[in-house]
Design a protein around this ligand. Structure first.
Ligand code: PLP
Length: 212
């Protein structure tokens, strides 16, 4: 089933859009099914869960972090991930920089844009993002956003239009390595692809519903 879901998604996605398998809350055997079907990029949203799964999955998996990251949890996450997609505050960005410098690493990150109306959403405003310069040890690779949680695709479309416009205006500044627009989940990835997604984060459409 998982292999079939992956095949189906890959047949629909443009070849230049990277598929990130969101495996949070799913058990390792489910991840292994995706791995055996060829999937190598997985994303987790909880530090402890990520750190545990890293030890149980093959070493050539690329891990992304997509959840809210507290600065006291960095050491559970940063040693293992190739991309932190969910940098949502300057405080976090600076803490990642300090960890990177102390550990002789360069950490790739995406800045999370606050999209949609929900108060609970994390992330920067457009103005904040435009003012951010990458601190030492951090490479800002692009933007991540989650559309308003609604079935109204016109609202989703508006959210993705906003982040696409911001992404394009930063790209036009010629920032080095700024090449990733991570938008689109199970319910809205076709809309995201139409708005320039270079990366989609899909859980439910691969692994089925999560049990919370
Ligand atoms: C859980 C999650 C996803 C995947 O959601 P699905 O609807 O299951 O595809 C994508 N992005 C983020 C940031 C998430 O937390």
């Amino acid at each position: 089933m998982i292999a079939q879901n992956l095949r189906h998604l890959l047949s629909k996605l443009p070849p230049d859009v990277q598929l990130v398998a969101v495996s949070k809350f799913h058990p390792v055997p489910a991840l292994m099914e995706a791995y055996d079907a060829g999937q190598r990029v997985f994303a987790e949203s909880r530090p402890q869960e990520l750190a545990a799964k890293v030890t149980q999955m093959p070493p050539d998996v690329q891990w992304h972090f997509i959840g809210h990251l507290q600065t006291n949890k960095l050491k559970l996450v940063l040693p293992y991930v190739s991309l932190v997609q969910s940098v949502d505050s300057l405080h976090l960005l600076e803490a990642i920089s300090a960890w990177a410098v102390a550990n002789g690493r360069v950490i790739d990150v995406l800045l999370e844009l606050h999209l949609g109306a929900e108060e609970t959403k994390q992330g920067f405003t457009e103005e904040e993002i435009l003012a951010i310069l990458p601190p030492e040890g951090v490479r800002i690779r692009g933007l991540m956003g989650m559309a308003t949680n609604t079935d109204d695709m016109a609202v989703v479309e508006k959210d993705f239009e906003r982040i696409e416009a911001l992404y394009n205006s930063i790209k036009a500044l010629g920032r080095e390595g700024f090449d990733t627009l991570s938008i689109g989940m199970s319910g809205d990835w076709p809309v995201a692809v139409r708005h320039g997604a270079t990366m989609v984060r899909i859980g439910t459409d691969i692994f089925g519903p999560r049990e919370y």
